[in-house]
Ligand binder design. Structure first.
Ligand SMILES: *Cc1c(COP(=O)(O)O)cnc(C)c1O
Length: 497
């Protein structure tokens, strides 16, 4: 069955999967969604014996129907290889209290963004070839810390592409910043901005919707695309690991075929949890989707009240990749809740951008029953790291800790003992300061790399290659601009005007 894509704000016009991946965002400002969610029409028990790559093919071929089998298998083979430090690609770690952590941080930049961004460049260059695109593709990306590095790692030196990354100069961890500013590659550009992630993301979206700028680019032989999680080429590869996790649980006898699982996701832009929701809609036996927020708890408030309200202070937390007040991918859920009414969806999104809030109807709110939302304060996040370490000897990063702590709140609220998979989105090595301070006060005063060594001594886990590499790497990018200057910066990089 052919799956086409339409915009959440459009008139029903459709594009193929490869066209949606090339464009990133629809011309009307909406997000591409599949016209229907394909079924995972294979016997569940078969999942138990599939490798990550095989599972990826089963899931992705259902969504990206205009890619040939050969094209897709080729993309998968090039993405999920020895860039990952384990053949399992996304291993499950069971802790003493019976929680399964799905480790999504074994790729090149040790955060879950690698899961999708190691394949996106291949999906995109294949799409360009299929659609006869001659322009050079300019990937424009706003990052709250992890996307930028993972996208650059994926796109560095990929022929026919350039990548420009904007990050909040004062809103990322030292390791995250060092990872970005040491990025190699002749086609990579990293720019700090004197604003927060939402400022960067809004400015990027505006550039995508700027027809005059698109014309200028076209003239110079360029076109924009997006590596942000609004790209369907990010969303689809993220569905894979939930299906794979189910297979692993079957394989090890932890669940029986057809048993439901809960999934807890530390959430920012709502991309990762939306992928879990799509897995459920495909037919994976999933009970509740537990949406974990940090102190920027817009989503928690939304699930509770039906009002999405971004008019509040932006809080810098120890889980910076979740410091987000406008969760872009929520638009795809909203669209679904309106019964795929793009006018209604557009109205709500415009209310958000002009007035800073919108409220959904009672009827739409009923559609949220699949989700449970809660949040953790900074103090609770520290406690979750420490409780997990002292309870099971397992060290988790602050993002994963938010999820682990929210799951405990879920248990307390619902007494629902369904087996749970917690998306473990970053390696603790990426956030050593917060992690080590949570474990003990002995580590105060150590510098970032001393903390790295202390973490290795504590866990016996060797320092990941990604961290070892940046220890001594030279800084190659040092541009900082105001958010308002972003379009000019892009023009300068591309040599336009
Ligand atoms: C991006 C990110 C998240 C949030 O994921 P979304 O898809 O934006 O909700 C959580 N944790 C880490 C470590 C991340 O990099």
């Amino acid at each position: 069955m052919q799956i086409l894509y339409k915009s959440t704000r459009g008139n029903g016009e459709t594009v193929t999967a490869s066209q949606a991946i090339l464009k990133g965002l629809s011309g009307d400002g909406g997000l591409f969604v599949p016209v229907s969610i394909p079924k995972l029409d294979i016997p569940l028990e078969k999942l138990a014996d599939m490798t990550y790559q095989e599972t990826a093919y089963e899931v992705m071929s259902r969504f990206l129907t205009d890619y040939t089998e050969e094209e897709l298998k080729n993309c998968i083979a090039r993405a999920y290889d020895s860039k990952f430090d384990t053949e399992e690609i996304a291993p499950l770690h069971k802790t003493a209290d019976g929680v399964y952590f799905l480790e999504l941080f074994h790729g090149a930049t040790i955060a879950f963004k690698d899961m999708a961004l190691s394949i996106l460049p291949h999906l995109m260059t294949t799409a360009a070839k299929k659609n006869g695109v001659k322009n050079e593709i300019v990937i424009l990306t706003a990052t709250s810390g992890d996307t930028g590095k993972a996208a650059m790692a994926g796109f560095a030196d990929v022929p026919g592409t350039k990548i420009i990354v904007f990050y909040p100069k004062h809103g990322v961890s030292p390791i995250q910043e060092k990872q970005m500013v040491t990025q190699k590659g002749n086609n990579t550009y990293v720019v700090g901005i004197t604003g927060n992630f939402d400022d960067a993301q809004s400015a990027v979206k505006k550039m995508f919707n700027d027809q005059a700028m698109a014309d200028e680019l076209q003239e110079a032989g360029y076109q924009f695309s997006s590596a942000n999680s609004i790209n369907i080429g990010r969303l689809v590869p993220q569905i894979v690991y939930y299906v794979y996790a189910y297979g692993r649980l079957l394989k090890s006898g932890e669940i029986n075929c057809g048993d439901k699982i809960n999934i807890t996701v530390p959430t920012g832009n709502f991309g990762n949890i939306l992928a879990a929701y799509y897995a459920k809609l495909m037919g994976l036996p999933v009970n509740r989707l537990i949406c974990a927020s940090n102190e920027n708890k817009v989503l928690f408030d939304f699930f509770r009240t039906g009002t999405y309200d971004r008019k509040r202070d932006f809080i810098l937390t120890s889980s910076p990749s979740m410091d987000i007040l406008i969760s872009s991918n929520l638009e795809r859920l909203i669209y679904r809740l309106t019964g795929e009414d793009s006018q209604k969806c557009r109205g709500l999104m415009e209310a958000l951008s002009s007035g800073g809030e919108y409220t959904i109807t009672e009827e739409m709110k009923e559609g949220l029953a699949d989700f449970y939302g809660n949040f953790l304060s900074e103090g609770e996040t520290r406690e979750a790291i420490s409780a997990t370490y002292y309870g099971s000897g397992y060290v988790i990063d602050p993002h994963t800790a938010v999820a682990a702590g929210v799951y405990q709140k879920y248990l307390r609220d619902t007494k629902d003992r369904t087996p749970v998979v917690i998306a473990s989105t970053a390696s603790p090595y990426k956030f050593t300061r917060s992690v080590m301070d949570a474990v003990s006060d002995r580590y105060e005063g150590l510098d970032d790399f001393a903390l790295v060594d202390a973490l290795s001594a504590l866990t016996g886990i060797p320092v990941p290659r990604a961290v070892e590499e940046i220890r001594t790497a030279p800084v190659l990018h040092d541009t900082v601009v105001d958010a308002g200057e972003m379009p000019e910066t892009v023009r300068k990089i591309l040599g336009i005007r």
